[in-house]
Design a binder for this molecule. Structure first.
Ligand SMILES: C[S@@+](CC[C@H](N)C(=O)[O-])C[C@H]1O[C@@H](n2cnc3c(N)ncnc32)[C@H](O)[C@@H]1O
Length: 339
């Protein structure tokens, strides 16, 4: 199944069903995914058990499947550029979704756009570029590392995006982008150690009003790139650092202890008759049933010391302690036309 967007009206029931040869993203958790090509008599083994591919065929993408020993389950997801970024084989450092989505938006990509990229690396960004410009646009991506370019080409074919992506081996810092693309490119993306060396060739490639973006991990690289962009009359030069703050959302057992006298507890207890809540019943504050101690009328339990322990399982959202930090700087600029 292709990773490129298919308009809903063209999508038959069959295209959502898993077939032999399909790439499936096996999802255990948001940070634990694996891309698997479905093969007759193939098996996936993980900590949840053994998953025979034969049992996946004919099921819908998005389904949950249990391991052979029934100990656990995984979800079988249709590959998308976003999931691929999380599941791909790392051959280099890669761009992640926060930077990727920013790049696609700020390069103003749309169906029909022509984009140049270097280096290809692991192809993480390339898949999102391909989907943005499909079906009538094209991504020309270049890497001077032959094995990396070949491996990326295989991934693009496997994921059904090679119709809109061409991979070539080329030293972009040394040779620049090919002359035959000069003047007809809408956007250029650079992820190179010395991007400023490629700027003269970017100038030749871009159409008037076209956009360039350069990703660099170090501010010294950004400074040199900006100097060269400025020298070549680029307009609207801006640098961004995209920082993502993720929150984990989950139910948490909360116990609140209230000190009170025996008298207070008895007085409260006479206000309303004790009500034994049913399993799964939610109290008026939104907390699900409490477990464990004997219940008080207000959903708490009384301990021997005379305190009431309130128990609830509210949904909690809090930032992950290991929030991802700096990945790099994104510098954008627009090709200005001098009158
Ligand atoms: C960090 S990786 C790019 C990762 C890519 N953006 C992704 O998201 O998967 C940088 C790539 O640039 C390539 N590269 C470095 N210098 C180059 C040059 N002069 N010409 C072409 N490619 C180059 C490297 O081989 C490497 O694969």
């Amino acid at each position: 199944m292709s990773m490129l967007a298919v308009p809903t009206e063209q999508r038959s029931e069959k295209s959502r069903v898993i077939c032999e040869g399909d790439v499936v993203v096996v999802y255990e958790r948001h940070d634990r995914m694996k891309a698997v090509t479905v093969a007759k008599n193939g098996e996936l083994q993980n900590r949840f058990g053994v998953f025979p591919h034969n049992e996946w065929m004919g099921k819908e993408f998005g389904c949950q499947v249990k391991g052979r020993n029934g100990a656990g389950f995984v979800y079988l997801l249709a590959p998308t550029p976003e999931l691929w970024t999380l599941a791909l084989p790392h051959r280099t450092q890669i761009l992640y979704i926060a930077d990727i989505s920013f790049v696609v938006s700020f390069l103003e990509l749309r169906p029909g756009s022509v984009v140049l990229e270097s280096g290809t690396g692991s192809g993480s960004l390339t898949h999102s570029l391909a989907r943005a410009v499909a079906p009538t646009g094209h991504v020309h991506t270049f890497d001077f590392h032959e094995q990396r370019a070949n491996a990326a080409r295989e991934d693009f074919a496997r994921n059904g995006v090679s119709g809109v992506v061409t991979v070539k081996v080329r030293d972009i810092q040394g040779e620049g982008f090919p002359e035959e693309l000069a003047g007809c490119v809408d956007g250029v993306f650079l992820d190179l150690p010395q991007p400023w060396l490629a700027i003269p060739s970017v100038v030749r490639s871009l159409r008037p009003d076209g956009l360039v973006c350069s990703f660099s991990p170090c501010i010294e690289q950004v400074q040199r790139t900006c100097e060269v962009l400025s020298k070549h009359q680029f307009a609207d030069i801006r640098t961004f650092e995209v920082l993502l703050r993720s929150y984990e959302v989950r139910h948490e057992n909360l116990s609140t202890s209230f000190e009170c006298s025996e008298q207070t507890f008895s007085k409260e207890a006479t206000k309303s008759p004790p009500h034994k809540r049913q399993r799964g019943e939610v109290d008026e504050k939104g907390g699900p049933e409490s477990e464990g101690h004997a219940e008080d009328p207000n959903g708490g339990s009384k301990t021997a010391a005379g305190s009431i322990v309130k128990q609830s399982r509210p949904v909690i959202a809090r930032p992950y302690p290991e929030t991802k930090g700096h990945t790099g700087y994104l510098t954008f600029a627009r090709q200005a036309t001098c009158m």
